[in-house]
Design a protein around this ligand. Structure first.
Ligand SMILES: [Zn+2]
Ligand SMILES: [Zn+2]
Length: 235
């Protein structure tokens, strides 16, 4: 209802085709962003069948798997960039709706808790919102799961842009702590972020959760994934 009222006063336009619609209209989503569904192992980027991560890759990750809707192509980059730097949180609400519907279509989660990557406090103060939180809440609305912030940043990290995978992992190490310790009634936690780039941030969040709750499955969920190296996969 809140959204309907807002849309009467503030019509939105598709960021791709400029038609009056949500920030990513159905037509543009299916034409440019929707990729053929296939599970990909986030460790090596190759396709994987009947599981989330290859057996040989599973010892290299804290995540039980990654779900993503689209590849991180230039169009997705522009849409997310617009949301982040034009401070337009509605973009992340709309991407969340698309992502929630995607998860509903292809996956079956029971009793999952949705959480999100906390933002560096300086950046949150500048932007006024945490895009991952807006995105997570919108996904949770579709899936009807609770969304709780269970992680806190205990130190601000340097900007990750342009740094190597190894540097990012070093930079983010020990940056989070678990603030809600009442999560053990859940078997599954869905950890939301806007984009999976090197995976360093999601890995560190998952490591922090599993340090206390090793039995809980932690899946990453992002709108886009930038590490795909399957040659058969052409976005
Ligand atoms: Zn469009
Ligand atoms: Zn793999």
């Amino acid at each position: 209802m809140k959204k309907l009222i807002l849309s009467i006063f503030l019509p939105t336009f598709c960021l791709v085709c400029n038609q009056k619609s949500s920030y990513v209209c159905n037509k543009c989503f299916y034409s440019y962003l929707n990729i053929p569904y296939e599970q990909h192992c986030h460790v090596c980027g190759r396709a994987v069948r009947n599981r989330f991560v290859h057996i040989e890759c599973s010892s290299k990750t804290n995540l039980d798997g990654l779900i993503f809707v689209s590849v991180y192509n230039n169009l997705v980059k522009d849409i997310i960039h617009h949301g982040k730097y034009e401070k337009n949180y509605g973009v992340f609400e709309d991407l969340g709706t698309i992502t929630g519907q995607f998860v509903e279509k292809y996956y079956t989660f029971k009793d999952a808790l949705i959480t999100f990557v906390p933002l560096n406090s300086r950046r949150k103060a500048w932007r006024g919102f945490n895009q991952s939180e807006i995105f997570a809440k919108s996904i949770a609305e579709v899936l009807e799961f609770p969304v709780v912030n269970i992680l806190s940043r205990i130190r601000n990290t340097k900007s990750q842009a342009g740094t190597s995978r190894k540097d990012r992992a070093e930079n983010i190490k020990g940056a989070f702590e678990l603030v809600d310790n009442n999560v053990d009634k859940y078997n599954t936690i869905i950890l939301v972020d806007d984009v999976f780039t090197t995976g360093a941030t999601l890995e560190e969040c998952a490591r922090t959760i599993k340090a206390k709750y090793p039995h809980i499955k932690v899946f990453g969920l992002t709108f886009a994934m930038s590490r795909l190296n399957d040659d058969s996969f052409k976005p």
